[in-house]
Design a protein around this ligand. Structure first.
Ligand code: 5GP
Ligand code: MG
Length: 192
């Protein structure tokens, strides 16, 4: 595949170097595939797509614009990372849903599943509100980092245990605006 030519080939945040990892076109193609599968799988339903802020905002917008079945959207905000590169495990709800969940088909849209703590928290939180069904879409999954395992219904890319930024994902709130996904350069795994 032709590499993205217009994007920076290297970025630096807080002294860490990041290089392109998943290019714009690959993200777009995979997002289209997932949207098409959801359109087929949920045909006849009116799901509520939940954007997990902040990280999922870009993926969410690209995904839902390709949803052709009737649907609604809502937003939820969690916080666990602070300014570090590893999950604290202490997931907090910063903004709750506004929609009525009871009896509805809910689809959580995440940027990345790392330890699984956030998904665990949301499954319990939303599960208590008695949805008719609860599915999970995530653009990225780090299988080797998983501490609490939940079924992920739609996964864009499985990636190694390394810190990534761009396409909504941040490092200390920076880099969310990059159109592609970048990975921490070098051999070291995610570290603080
Ligand atoms: P988990 O609770 O599964 O450990 O992590 C979930 C959240 O942590 C994700 O929604 C994301 O916001 C953040 N996160 C996990 N891994 C990464 C990463 O490699 N880069 C960035 N920027 N955020 C991550
Ligand atoms: Mg997230």
């Amino acid at each position: 595949m032709t590499p993205d030519v217009d994007i920076p080939q290297e970025i630096e945040i807080r002294g860490d170097r990041f290089v392109p990892f998943i290019e714009v076109q690959r993200i777009q193609e995979r997002t289209t595939e997932i949207a098409e599968r959801i359109n087929r799988d949920m045909d006849g339903e009116t799901p509520i797509f939940i954007c997990v802020l902040n990280g999922a905002f870009m993926f969410f917008a690209d995904l839902v614009r390709q949803i052709t079945i009737d649907c609604e959207v809502d937003f939820l905000k969690l916080s666990s990372y602070g300014e570090k590169k590893i999950s604290s495990g202490n997931v907090q709800l910063v903004k709750d849903l506004n929609c009525e969940v009871e009896g509805r088909n809910i689809v959580i849209v995440e940027d990345i599943v790392d330890t699984g703590f956030s998904i665990d928290f949301m499954k319990k939180w939303i599960g208590k509100k008695n949805p008719a069904s609860l599915k999970i879409v995530t653009l990225l999954h780090k299988p080797s980092s998983t501490k609490i395992s939940h079924t992920l219904d739609y996964v864009g890319f499985e990636i190694p245990t390394k810190f990534v930024v761009g396409y909504g994902l941040d490092y200390a709130q920076k880099a969310r605006n990059l159109p592609a996904i970048y990975i921490l350069d070098g051999n070291h795994d995610t570290e603080q």
